[in-house]
Write a protein that binds this ligand. Structure first.
Ligand code: NBP
Length: 487
């Protein structure tokens, strides 16, 4: 009998099944289109103990009990379809594991629906793309902890390992696993946006070409910024296009695609009321990139900064002739500080969601399991892990001394970069909004008192005073009359 089954043998399911089988675990495999199962067996059947099933009935019959079934099909309706097909074939206590990129409210709904049939449902985030699935992903399992105990052995064995620890931990009940995977993907959006803003500045302010910028990223990959994304940025920027001999990035269309997890993250942050500028700006930037035709028209119509004024001013008012090395290092520091903010925001969002949903997320453990196997793997996550270990349930990572110092040290450079980019007309939504968030967050008294005054003026929404308890309303007209415009 097979210990575990995988249905859905596109790239992720196939590689996950191979990863499991390579560890000596017998795996049943199934796919809606049988030809794909045959193809899988032809290509990889010798890699392990596979049982190929032509139908869902055969698939279920091949599994030991309780049945453990990984569903790795396209997120959305296909997942519901597979669950509907499986449910009548399963027994109470069997476990369905949705390991695709499902939206967490769907996971919560499916868990409740499966529970009615006595089936245990887990929503499991799997990161690392096809290579991760095959060699060791970061795994974020959510759902019933008793059901998790039935699959923990397999999951921790196939996961990436860092410092002898698996990049897999039970995240929490219900949709917690898919929630954390969603925020992971959101942070991935922010990370990439910050990288491309640095690339844009190095191109259009420092005047460097792609291969040279690639070398700079190579250097950056040995410091605070060391990470998978910085490493592959160096490689991508130094790749030459065979057809033209030009840097390949220079012939790639400047429109970024997306599958929606960044948008989900931003929408959830708005619902929670958590300021999430880094990830949200990254989603908007992809939206702007998609407006290629409009941008083409606007490029010939909308004025940029006065060229002579922009050229004359280098970083922080220094001449544009100021050593380029200073500018490059300023950009590195701005990238690092903005990245700290983006992660601080993402972790603050997970903290807020944990409170709202009662998930009791261990945020330090999330940093730990993202250190390997996934796209945002980075040295930096060790610092976050240590921050939670030392400071417990801190509201915001910016308040942890390591990050407080890191951002304080980088802030002069960060401000110079934002000023320069603004003067020269280079869009840096994530750099600039991260700095604004930082400046807003560190203000004991912000300007929202005026918003309250305005709201009370036009809608009698009342306000609180700094010197007295309670709610207050003022007749704002000079003659003391009531002013209301929303009635
Ligand atoms: P896809 O997302 O491309 O889905 C293809 C699979 O879904 C095939 O096995 C297909 O069967 C099956 N499927 C579809 Br489409 N509709 C179905 C239905 N109504 N009933 C049953 N099966 C159906 O595959 P993927 O790229 O391997 O990704 C799988 C999951 O993992 C997704 O949720 C994805 O977001 C997530 N993920 C992907 C990556 C990545 O790097 N690709 C990374 C992390 C997570 P067929 O062969 O019969 O058409």
């Amino acid at each position: 009998m097979a210990h575990i089954g995988v249905t859905g043998l596109a790239v992720m399911g196939a590689n996950l099944a191979r990863n499991i089988a390579r560890r000596g675990v017998p795996v049943a495999v199934h796919n809606r289109t049988v030809a794909r199962t045959k193809e899988f067996m032809g290509a990889y059947g010798e890699e392990g103990d596979f049982t190929a099933a032509g139908s869902m009935e055969e698939f279920v019959a091949a599994l030991e009990r309780p049945r453990r079934i990984i569903v790795m099909v396209k997120a959305g309706a296909p997942v519901d379809g597979v669950i509907a097909e499986l449910t009548p074939l399963l027994d109470r206590g069997d476990i369905i594991i949705d390991a695709g990129n499902s939206h967490f409210p769907d996971t919560e709904r499916r868990a409740a629906e499966c529970a009615e049939a006595g089936i245990r449902f887990m929503g499991v985030g799997v990161s690392g793309g096809e290579e991760g699935a095959l060699y060791g992903p970061s795994i974020m399992p959510g759902g019933d902890p008793v059901a998790y105990a039935e699959v923990e052995g397999v999951f921790t064995t196939i996961a990436a390992q860092v410092d002898g620890s698996p990049c897999c931990v039970h995240v929490g009940p219900g949709g917690a696993g898919h929630y954390v995977k969603m925020v992971h993907n959101g942070i991935e959006y922010a990370d990439m946006q910050l990288i491309v803003e640095a690339y844009d500045l190095l191109t259009h302010v420092a005047g460097l070409d792609a291969p040279d910028i690639g070398k700079i990223f190579e250097e950056w990959n040995s410091g605070d910024l060391e990470s998978f994304l910085i490493e592959i940025t160096a490689i991508v920027l130094q790749k030459t296009d065979d057809a033209t001999g030009r840097p390949l990035v220079d012939v790639i269309v400047d429109q970024a695609g997306q599958k929606g997890t960044g948008t989900w993250t931003a929408i959830d942050a708005l619902n929670l009321g958590v300021p999430l500028t880094g990830i949200t700006e990254a989603v908007f930037a992809r939206g702007l990139s998609a407006l290629r035709d409009e941008r083409r028209m606007a490029a010939g119509t909308l004025a940029g900064p006065n060229p002579s004024a922009a050229q004359d001013r280098g970083v922080d008012g220094r001449s544009a002739e100021a050593p380029r090395a200073d500018l490059v290092d300023d950009i590195r520091q701005a990238l690092y500080a903005s990245k700290v903010v983006a992660y601080a925001q993402g972790f603050a969002q997970m903290r807020a969601a944990s409170q709202v949903h009662g998930w009791d997320l261990d945020l330090g453990a999330m940093a730990r399991i993202w250190r390997g196997g996934c796209i945002i793997r980075a040295q930096f996550l060790n610092r976050i892990m240590e921050a939670y270990a030392e400071h417990g349930d801190v509201e915001n990572l910016l308040m942890v001394p390591y990050f407080t110092r890191a951002v304080a040290d980088a802030q002069d450079a960060w401000r110079r970069v934002v000023v320069t980019a603004t003067q020269q007309g280079v869009a840096i939504p994530a750099f600039a909004s991260s700095l604004s968030y930082y400046d807003g967050y560190r203000r004991e008294r912000g300007p929202a008192n005026l918003i309250q005054g305005l709201r009370d003026y036009f809608g009698a929404h009342t306000y609180r005073r700094i010197d007295a308890e309670g709610s207050f309303h003022t007749r704002w007209a000079q003659d003391g009359r009531e002013v209301r415009t929303d009635v």
